[in-house]
Design a binder for this molecule. Structure first.
Ligand code: GDP
Ligand code: IMO
Ligand code: MG
Length: 424
C-alpha cells in the first residue's frame, strides 16, 4: 500500500479540513505531518462546525485512527482544549488518537518569544499566529527542543526548567518587549497539568505504526497544514511558516520513505487568500477583494484575522504542483464566485520587460505585474449531481485551469458541508 498525501497549494486555508473529512471514509488512518496550533482546519457536519488545530481531520469519522506525526509541534494547553471540545460532542477522541514520541513541544515561553520577535520586527513583522511555532521549530533544529517522548523520562521537569530559563534570559534581553510574569507562571502551571494528561494518551514511535500499517494493507492519508507558498524553503520567505509544508515534508514528518507515496492531492481555492504579511501579486485591494472576503467569510479560523483576497494565480499554482508532484487537484469555494459577473485568473507575470509564467525569487518585486485573463461569471449553481450539469461558464473555467497546469481537477467543492461536493 502507498500513502496518499493531501496538502494546500496556496497560502493555507484552502479548505483542507473539509476535503480530509470528505475523503476520510476511504482511509484507515489520517496522519498530520507538520505545523501545529497555527493551523485551523474547519469541518462542517450538519449543524456542527468544528475547527481543528493539532488533531487530524479524520476524527469525526468512526473507525479512523488519527496520528500526530513527529513533524508536528504540540502546545499541550491548546491541544487539551481541543480534545475537551471534541469530547464535549460525545466523541471518544482519545481512543482514535496516537501521538509520535518524536513530536516537539511548544512551551509557554515559545509563545512569548514569538511575540517578542514580531514586536522587534515592527512593520516588517511576519504576521505570525503567535502560537510559538517559529521558536519551537528553532529549538528543534537548534537541538534544544523537548519532545513528547521526554515527558515519560524522570528528569523531564529539570529539562523543562533549563530550557524555560534559557528562554526567559532571551526575553529579558529583548528591547521594547515586556511580559506579565504572573501570567507566565500560571501558564506554566497549566502546561504541566496538560503534560500529565498527555502522559495517559497513546504516545509511541509512530514511524513503526505507520510503516507496519502500510505493510498490512491499511490505507493512510497524510494531512498537510498551511500551504506550499508558506513552505520554509519554497514559500515567500521570510513571510512563511517554519516547517516543510510540501510533499517531502510528509516523508520527514511521518517517517515514511518517498517510495511509499501514492497520490498527491493538491487543494486550492477557486481564488486566492493570504493571512499575515508578505507578497501577494493577485491581491485585490478593491471591491472585488471585499466581495470575495464577505461572501467567502474569509476570516482566519485560528486568529479571526481578515484574510487578504485576490484572483487565482496560475504561476504559483503550477510551481506548487511541480514541487509536490501533485497527481490530482481539488478546487474549493467555487460557490463563492457564483455572484460575480466576471472572474479573473492570473496566467503569467510581466517582470520588467520579460513575460514569464515562473515564480521569481522575489514575488514582491516592484516591477512584477500579474497579467489576467477574464472569464464570464457562471451565476448560481443549481445542480451539482454531475459535472455535465454545471453551468458551461464554470466548465470553461475548470477546463482552462486544467489545461494550464496539466493536472485534472477531480473534486469541486461548492459549499462548506460534506454533501456540497462534486467528485468526478
Ligand atoms: P483549511 O485550513 O485548509 O482547512 O481551511 P480553513 O478551514 O481555514 O478555511 C476554509 C473555510 O472555508 C472554512 O470555513 C470552511 O468551512 C469553508 N469551506 C470549505 N470549502 C468550502 C466551499 O466549497 N465553499 C464555501 N463557501 N466554504 C467552504
Ligand atoms: P492552515 O493549516 C493560513 C501564516 C500566518 C503567518 C505565517 C507564519 O489552517 O492552512 P506562524 O504562526 O506559522 O509562524 O505564521 O503563516 N499561517 C497560516 N495562514 N493558514 C494556516 O494554516 C497558517 N498557518 C500559518 O498567518 O503569515
Ligand atoms: Mg485554516
Amino acid at each position: 500500500m502507498k500513502v496518499d498525501i493531501l496538502l494546500g497549494l496556496q497560502w493555507g486555508d484552502e479548505g483542507k479540513g473539509k476535503v480530509v473529512d470528505v475523503l476520510a471514509p476511504k482511509y484507515d488512518i489520517v496522519a498530520r505531518f507538520q505545523g501545529g496550533p497555527n493551523a485551523g482546519h474547519t469541518l462542517e457536519i450538519g449543524t456542527t462546525k468544528y475547527v481543528l488545530h493539532t488533531i487530524p481531520s479524520g476524527v469525526f469519522n468512526e473507525n479512523i485512527l488519527n496520528v500526530i506525526g513527529n513533524g508536528v509541534v504540540i502546545d499541550p494547553i491548546s491541544f487539551l482544549e481541543e480534545i475537551k471540545g471534541i469530547e464535549a460532542l460525545g466523541i471518544d477522541i482519545c481512543k482514535r488518537l496516537v501521538i509520535s514520541t518524536r513530536a516537539h513541544l511548544i512551551l509557554p515561553t515559545h509563545r512569548l518569544l514569538d511575540a517578542s520577535s514580531e514586536a522587534q520586527k515592527g512593520k516588517e513583522k511576519i504576521g505570525s499566529t503567535l502560537k510559538g511555532i517559529g521558536p519551537a521549530y528553532m529549538d528543534k533544529t537548534g537541538r534544544n527542543g523537548l519532545r513528547i517522548g521526554d515527558i515519560l523520562e524522570p528528569d523531564f521537569n529539570k529539562r523543562y526548567a533549563f530550557l524555560a530559563e534559557k528562554h526567559k534570559q532571551m526575553l529579558s534581553s529583548m528591547v521594547a518587549f515586556t511580559y506579565d510574569e504572573a501570567k507566565l507562571a500560571e501558564d506554566e502551571r497549566k502546561w504541566m497539568e496538560c503534560i500529565e494528561f498527555i502522559r495517559m494518551l497513546h504516545c509511541t514511535d509512530t514511524e513503526y505504526l505507520l510503516n507496519d500499517a502500510l505493510k498490512s494493507g491499511k490505507k493512510i492519508l497524510a494531512e498537510g497544514a498551511q500551504g506550499s507558498l508558506l513552505d520554509i524553503d519554497f514559500g515567500s520567505y521570510p513571510f512563511v511558516t517554519s516547517s516543510s509544508t510540501t510533499c517531502a515534508g510528509a516523508c520527514i514528518g511521518l517517517g515514511l520513505a518517498p517510495s511509499a507515496i501514492g497520490d498527491v492531492v493538491g487543494v486550492f481555492k477557486a481564488y486566492c487568500t493570504r493571512v499575515g504579511s508578505g507578497p501577494f501579486p493577485t491581491e485585490q485591494l478593491n471591491e472585488w477583494g471585499d466581495k470575495i472576503c464577505t461572501i467567502g467569510k474569509e476570516f482566519g479560523s485560528t486568529t479571526g484575522r481578515r484574510r487578504r483576497c485576490g484572483w487565482l494565480d496560475i504561476p504559483t499554482l503550477k510551481r506548487a504542483i511541480i514541487l509536490n508532484g501533485v497527481t490530482c487537484l481539488n478546487m474549493m469555494k467555487t460557490d463563492v464566485l457564483n455572484d460575480f459577473d466576471e472572474v479573473q485568473v492570473c496566467t503569467h507575470y510581466i517582470v520588467g520587460d520579460r513575460k514569464t509564467d515562473q515564480v521569481p525569487y522575489d514575488l514582491g518585486a516592484a516591477n512584477l505585474m500579474p497579467v489576467y485573463r477574464i472569464f464570464k461569471g457562471w451565476g448560481k449553481i443549481t445542480d451539482i449531481s454531475s459535472y455535465d450539469r454545471l453551468p458551461v461558464e464554470l466548465q470553461q473555467y475548470i477546463s482552462f485551469i486544467e489545461e494550464s497546469v496539466g493536472i485534472p481537477i477531480k473534486l469541486i467543492s461548492m459549499g462548506p458541508e460534506r454533501n456540497q461536493t462534486l467528485i468526478r
